[in-house]
Design a binder for this molecule. Structure first.
Ligand SMILES: CC(C)=CCC/C(C)=C/CC/C(C)=C/COP(=O)(O)O
Length: 294
């Protein structure tokens, strides 16, 4: 009598395309990052890819992962194992919503694309020679020079109007630092694995990458400057270009993924609305200005 063979239970044939199982393996980073991967980075990158690119309901358990499935065919005695009764089969998990699948696919694409764009992630990267220039841009969008410059300007300013603008810029910069720290602390997305952690002055949450603090600051400062400084058109264009380049350079330096910067730009743009709403003036904060004007 022939014993029927147990057939492996496979997911729906369309599922791999939906969640990205069939995508090719990620090639090694062309830029090389800091030269070689740190221990555990491969696993970390892979885990993040998995988290980002696969749908939990569809994600095979470690036992049924592709590598396991490619393992040598079990011996005939094991292949002839009886089909588990329906009651013993694992109950299917909740199917992911389209939004969840789309988000995971977007994040997986984000990781891949950002890795490809990280051409200045290390000195030996494809565009490694441009790294010093991009690091200069990094300093130009950093919190310390902006805070220091604003405080210096406040100390030197002799006109009440100038002081009002600078005081609000200071408020905007502090608000930005606080909001970015809160979101980074909540989201806790790791920086790209190819990032070299050699950044100029950081605080503890800066080990996280979402959102890009440089992008929020650049977008907010850009709006602030365009609204409150009277500048010739070429200078206005330069300010906008600076903000955009600071954002792009974050991905090229390997500091961020594209979505960190995109969200950072949106968040920074909105932050200016908050600053505008709570605008500090002798009318809205008379005590503050009274102290200052003494
Ligand atoms: C007074 C005080 C607490 C100043 C802190 C200034 C500071 C260390 C800001 C952090 C700037 C920074 C490294 C942001 C990270 O930018 P990402 O674009 O890498 O998120």
């Amino acid at each position: 009598m022939r014993v029927p063979r147990a057939r492996p239970i496979s997911p729906h044939p369309a599922l791999p395309q939906l969640v990205g199982w069939s995508r090719p393996p990620i090639p090694p980073h062309p830029a090389g990052g800091s030269g070689s991967r740190r221990p555990g980075e491969g696993r970390r990158a892979g885990a993040e890819e998995n988290r980002a690119g696969r749908c939990p309901a569809a994600m095979p358990s470690p036992r049924s992962s592709p590598s396991r499935r490619a393992a040598p065919i079990p011996s005939p005695s094991r292949r002839a194992a009886p089909i588990p009764s329906p009651s013993r089969r694992a109950a299917p998990g909740p199917s992911p919503s389209c939004a969840a699948v789309a988000l995971r696919s977007l994040l997986a694409a984000d990781l891949r694309f950002s890795r490809q764009l990280g051409v200045c992630a290390g000195e030996r990267s494809a565009w490694g020679s441009a790294r010093p220039l991009l690091r200069l841009l990094e300093v130009s969008g950093h919190g310390v020079p902006w805070l220091a410059g604003t405080l210096y300007g406040l100390g030197r300013s002799e006109s009440p109007a100038g002081r009002e603008v600078l005081l609000n810029l200071l408020f905007a910069l502090v608000l930005d630092l606080v909001l970015v720290a809160v979101v980074k602390g909540l989201v806790r997305r790791r920086r790209p694995t190819h990032n070299k952690m050699d950044m100029f002055v950081t605080i503890s949450v800066d080990k996280y990458s979402f959102p890009s603090g440089h992008a929020t600051r650049a977008a907010m400062v850009c709006r602030f400057v365009l609204h409150h400084l009277v500048l010739a058109i070429p200078l206005r264009v330069l300010v906008v270009l600076w903000a955009i380049i600071v954002g792009i350079s974050r991905v090229m330096l390997g500091r961020h993924n594209v979505t960190d910067v995109a969200f950072g730009f949106i968040m920074g743009y909105m932050q200016y609305n908050v600053v505008k709403y709570f605008w500090l003036s002798p009318l809205s904060a008379p005590a503050l200005f009274a102290v200052w004007n003494q």
